[in-house]
Design a binder for this molecule. Structure first.
Ligand code: PLP
Ligand code: MG
Length: 614
């Protein structure tokens, strides 16, 4: 058995959702509409599916190529999808199903498995319909001629004469195949129902009824929302959450394990109930562990991105203090931005992008006795440089200067112990080396330092760090509505890390980054940061002189790898390959092979151009 799916239309009535995505690729749970149809057809024994594509057809091709369909898939392009309709699209598929019986499906029909199962063993002409009274002129109705009993389709049938609504799924028998395509050929400017009606006399259709709510045709946003509501809570979607199809080699958000994603499907809970108190408390305890903190430390979890943690810290701790802020890249500069935003009394000590921090200069500045605190980034993500927090922490100790560290992209990947590094407060977020989802940020700090914030007037309501501390540490609650689901993902990711151990993770990340760096060097490429100063999760590399920067990014993206463009002074000169989060060795190796192939292709193309010119 074969099938033809009509998926060429631009789904105009679903705009703006369909502005970039063809309707057939809308997700229903973990699958697109199209993948769902193909899976259901394949489970009936369909071996060959022909998809008629038009609008954003390349996206459909790529989607199916990446999703490993369970049967053969062929494509036919309707290049006139803007001016033609279903008859022309269906006619284009003729060669792929000639002589066979086949299913004909609208690409916007979502149905339960049972609807398809009702087809098993049917090979005669069949139309699926739902018996109901419909008056909308938009819907395709089914009726039966009272005189000769022939079934026919039309949007124009009066309510009292229609049997119900056509589901957009039919079987054309082998015996009717030729007549059907001949009829389509004579109605190429119109709709396929004209061909159904034309052949119905010589090749009668059987009607097969489906039950209410077992299917839906997605024309409008409300249909889509209803489909999601009706069809995403079935067992298969709950058991198999979406697996990312792109390999993220960018420095966060990162890929996460299936287990972390599945954790989102927890039971609904109220955040003022014991269930939330328990998960909040467990996450905080596990985080303290990951931070390498002893009993003097505690932490708060803020719903927000990494910047929420930095802003909570600087806006709550900074007023009335004199701060020294170090920077050697974009994220150091962001700390300076925050200090400016909150009018903090601060001095910038800038070393320049890709330059290591000068410890003697730092000590000299601190020795003036002018500063209450020093803040810096541990892993400067914009360059991949790992800054020496242990040395700087030790250097500050005799001066009794507070030490504030942004460990957003180092926690979970690099040796970090707030206790050993003499850190007062340390910020981080869930979505980098902790390999969880974005949306939760942390401030770990000495309990005494949190308590000292009590008498500082709040400068923001949401990011008042003392308020977070008071709620979380004293009442086991969050001050505002937390992103409840993300706590389940975070706890799973923390468990995975603690079971795996930080040491093993560091080895794993170190191994991956060595693979990357060794291959890049073999290709003759160079780095803006000295290798011994790089973190183990990110490699910034200069583009080879003749490689088109945007073109390279887009080319690897077409192959489903996401890398990062350089920022600031590295913009257009370097790119970043991260191996952070749930990246596996096979991802890295496949990417490196692809990159090498890309450069070879480029060289051979250049050689051809050169040869042609001489
Ligand atoms: N600090 C560092 C070191 C980072 O790498 C980032 C983001 O990449 C941030 C802060 C800001 O985090 P977010 O974008 O989550 O607010
Ligand atoms: Mg439709």
């Amino acid at each position: 058995m074969k099938a033809v799916i009509l998926a060429a239309g631009d789904g105009e009535r679903l705009a703006p959702i369909t502005q970039t995505l063809p309707k057939a690729l809308l997700p229903i749970g973990s699958e697109s509409i199209l993948s769902r149809q193909i899976r259901q057809l394949a489970s009936l024994g369909v071996t060959d599916v022909t998809v008629v594509i038009g609008y954003e057809g390349h996206a459909i091709r790529e989607h199916l190529a990446a999703s490993n369909p369970p049967c053969n898939v062929h494509f036919v392009e309707n290049n006139h999808y803007k001016t033609t309709s279903t008859a022309y699209s269906a006619w284009l598929a003729a060669d792929h199903v000639r002589g066979d019986s086949f299913f004909l499906l609208d690409g916007d029909v979502v149905a339960v498995d049972a609807v398809f199962e009702s087809f098993i063993a049917l090979t005669g002409n069949t139309l699926l319909y739902e018996a109901k009274s419909i008056s909308s002129p938009e819907e395709m109705k089914v009726a039966q001629d009272p005189a000769d009993g022939h079934v026919y389709l039309s949007k124009k049938i009066a309510t009292d004469r229609s049997l119900g609504e056509f589901v957009g799924v039919a079987v054309i028998s082998a015996e009717a195949n030729e007549a059907f395509f001949a009829a389509l050929a004579s109605h190429k400017d119109g709709y396929y129902e004209e061909a159904f009606n034309e052949i119905a006399v010589g090749h009668p259709f059987e009607l097969q009824a489906v039950t209410e709510n077992s299917w839906i045709e997605i024309d409008f946003v409300t249909d889509y929302l209803q489909a999601v509501r009706l069809f995403t809570e079935t067992r298969e979607e709950v058991a198999a959450p979406q697996v990312s199809e792109q390999v993220l080699l960018c420095p966060g958000p990162v890929m996460v394990s299936k287990k972390v994603k599945s954790a989102l499907l927890h039971a609904d809970i109220g955040h003022r109930e014991t269930e939330f108190i328990e998960i909040l408390t467990r996450c905080r305890a596990k985080l303290n562990n990951v931070y390498g903190a002893n009993h003097e430390y505690t932490n708060v979890i803020i719903t927000g991105s990494g910047t929420a943690a930095n802003e909570a810290l600087l806006s709550s701790y900074g007023p009335g203090k004199k701060l020294l802020i170090l920077s050697n890249g974009e994220f150091g500069n962001r700390l300076l931005d925050l200090a400016r935003c909150h009018n903090l009394n601060h001095t910038a000590l800038e070393f320049g992008w890709t330059h290591p921090m000068d410890l003697a200069k730092i000590e000299q500045t601190i020795a003036t006795g002018d500063y209450d605190a020093l803040m810096m980034v541990h892993h400067e993500t914009s360059t991949g440089m790992l800054n020496p927090i242990n040395e700087i922490g030790a250097l500050l100790k005799p001066y009794h200067v507070d030490f504030l560290v942004d460990a957003v992209s180092s926690i979970g990947a690099e040796a970090l112990s707030v206790e050993k590094a003499n850190i007062t407060f340390c910020t981080a977020s869930a979505n980098k080396a902790l390999a969880s989802l974005p949306g939760l940020a942390f401030v770990c700090g000495k309990r005494s330092a949190f308590q000292a914030l009590r008498d500082v007037p709040a400068h923001t309501r949401y990011l008042d760090l003392y308020r977070h501390y008071e709620f979380e540490d004293l009442h086991y609650q969050t001050p505002n509505t937390p992103a409840v689901s993300l706590f389940y993902a975070l706890e799973t990711a923390l468990d995975e890390l603690l079971e795996d151990t930080l040491e093993k993770r560091m080895q794993h990340y170190g191994h991956l980054s060595s693979l990357i760096r060794n291959r890049l060097k073999k290709l003759g490429m160079s780095f803006p940061v000295e290798e011994q100063q790089m973190s183990r999760v990110l490699t910034t590399v200069f583009y080879p002189a003749d490689v088109d920067v945007e073109g390279f990014h887009d080319w690897v993206k077409q192959h489903n790898y996401v890398i990062y463009r350089g920022k600031g002074p590295l913009l257009g000169r370097a790119f970043q390959i991260a191996n952070i989060g749930h990246v596996r060795e096979e991802h890295v190796r496949a990417f490196l092979d692809l990159m090498e192939r890309g450069f070879q292709l480029k060289q051979s193309a250049d050689a051809v151009v050169e040869a042609a010119a001489t």
